[in-house]
Design a protein around this ligand. Structure first.
Ligand code: ATP
Length: 230
């Protein structure tokens, strides 16, 4: 579905991604691991048009994706749950969810389905998004991305800053999202979580892919070495 070939990314003159190769097949769940500053978020932003890259370095179903505006990428079926959630602070829960529907793509996801997945959001639908707990806000961020009915869901560190029990709740929702054939990329700093949900893993180190392989065949030592560079 997505093919990334020789991807380089820059902030001004500073290069942060170097010759990254990556592939994602339909229906796959792929995990991206790496320490702080390894380039995971920049990679996700490259896939969603938030960081400009060479057009041919990323293709979606064979068509160049680099250089396309973020809103048009959502319309092509890629949605992101950004690191830090980035909810619209002045809006209610439901208004935030509805913002995700601007792409007007057809599919299963609508308000009723999001509320079925995360029932607490229905209860709090008229509350300001800022009044919710961190875990509930993360549910809104996931719901908002699903509202665009994406083919590919990109999740950037959805466990960050949450208590273990809340992380469990969030990750327990993934199977019912994936069940309908959604293709998912999960960026994680937590190796166990990534191994649990992803069939394949990529480990980023200083802007490069240091390791790639099936979750069930990569050893703990291989991952530790690629993760920390030791
Ligand atoms: P984290 O887990 O801390 O978010 P990450 O693996 O997602 O880390 P990135 O956020 O992609 O890493 O950062 C990769 C490198 O790019 C880091 O050295 C970071 O300081 C730098 N960087 C990130 N955003 C910017 C920016 N807007 N301008 C300049 N440099 C940036």
């Amino acid at each position: 579905m997505i093919n990334v070939t020789g991807l380089n990314a820059f902030y001004g003159d500073a290069q942060v991604l170097f010759d990254v190769n990556f592939s994602l097949s339909e229906g796959e769940v792929v995990g991206i691991l790496g320490a702080n500053g390894a380039g995971k978020s920049t990679f996700m932003k490259s896939l969603t048009g938030l960081v400009k890259v060479a057009p041919e370095s990323i293709t979606l179903r064979g068509n160049a994706l680099g250089g396309i505006a973020p809103g048009d990428i959502v319309k092509q079926g890629i949605a992101m749950v950004p690191e830090g959630r980035r909810l619209f602070a002045s809006m209610t829960v439901e208004e935030n969810l509805l913002m995700g529907a601007f792409a007007k793509r057809k599919g299963k996801w609508n308000l009723a389905e999001i509320y079925r997945l995360f029932p607490i959001l229905q209860e709090k639908r008229n509350n300001p998004s800022t009044s919710l707990s961190g875990g509930q806000q993360q549910q809104v961020a996931i719901g908002r991305a699903l509202m665009s009915n994406p083919d590919i869901l990109l999740c950037d560190e959805i466990s960050l800053g949450l208590a273990p029990i809340v992380i469990r709740e969030i990750y327990d929702a993934l199977p019912s999202i994936i069940a309908d054939g959604m293709t998912v990329v999960v960026v994680e700093q937590d190796v166990m979580l990534a191994r649990e949900c992803a069939q394949r893993l990529y480990c980023f180190q200083e802007g490069r892919v240091a390791l790639e392989g099936r979750s069930d065949t990569l050893t703990r030592d291989q991952i530790t070495e690629a993760y920390f560079g030791i």
